[in-house]
Design a protein. Structure first.
Length: 231
């Protein structure tokens, strides 16, 4: 789970948050075992994470997650990675449920748990807006989607976009990369066999990234804004 710096990798932190979310959802009876028989599936449209520091290899840390009250078709889930009283990373994400037979979003009434909500969002900072127009961007590289990138319903997994994005940077850059904030937007679905072209630009202290299909569509599959230092 650690990267070349011997610390918990960025994609591994996302994996930990997703795994914790799945366990929490199961405990409240709105996880995969409850939804899959009805052709329902949770999807994430946005994720925002702030890093204070990434834990070193062999550190014992605690991952936490909680949900906020739902709107008609979307809800927020928050995350925290901590050690003792130290907050290592925290974030939030926007979720919805789709019917896998129609690929349409469904209402959360009757799906979302009826519980008492005590916790508030851990991050009041708004999601950073990223323009879909990358005509001013440069080519970072290309990634062909393979079987290990897709989720249980055949779409490219959210974390796989980030893994592909980071995999296009040279190793010497990643070894000096210290992220403080990352905003992720999962715009449209991608599938095995498709090739994504990752474009990037620097703007207002962020590296903005857009992933586009090779069919020439201007609608991205994925957008990201990463703030941090990379020498």
């Amino acid at each position: 789970m650690c990267d070349t710096t011997a610390r918990l990798g960025i994609t591994s932190i996302l994996d930990v948050f997703m795994d914790t979310a799945a366990l929490h959802a199961e405990s409240l009876d709105f996880g995969p075992s409850s939804l899959t028989p009805d052709n329902l599936f949770w999807i994430v449209s946005r994720t925002k994470i702030h890093f204070n520091r990434r834990p070193e290899m062999f550190e014992d840390v605690t991952a936490s997650t909680w949900i906020l009250p739902a709107e008609k078709i979307r809800t927020e889930r928050d995350y925290e990675l901590s050690k003792g009283g130290e907050i290592l990373a925290y974030g939030k994400s926007i979720w919805a449920v789709i019917d896998t037979s129609t690929e349409k979003v469904v209402r959360l009434e009757g799906i979302y748990p009826d519980i008492e909500f005590e916790l508030q969002t851990c991050d009041e900072e708004p999601y950073r807006k990223v323009s879909r127009d990358f005509s001013d961007g440069k080519l970072l590289g290309e990634h062909r989607i393979n079987a290990s990138d897709v989720d249980m319903v055949g779409h490219m997994n959210n974390v796989a976009y980030v893994r592909a994005m980071l995999g296009l940077w040279p190793l010497d850059k990643l070894r000096t990369f210290e992220p403080t904030d990352i905003d992720l937007y999962f715009v449209s679905q991608s599938f095995e066999g498709e090739t994504l072209r990752f474009m990037y630009r620097e703007k207002d202290g962020y590296i903005e990234i857009g992933a586009f299909r090779e069919d020439g569509s201007t609608k991205p599959a994925f957008l990201a804004a990463v703030k941090g230092t990379m020498s």
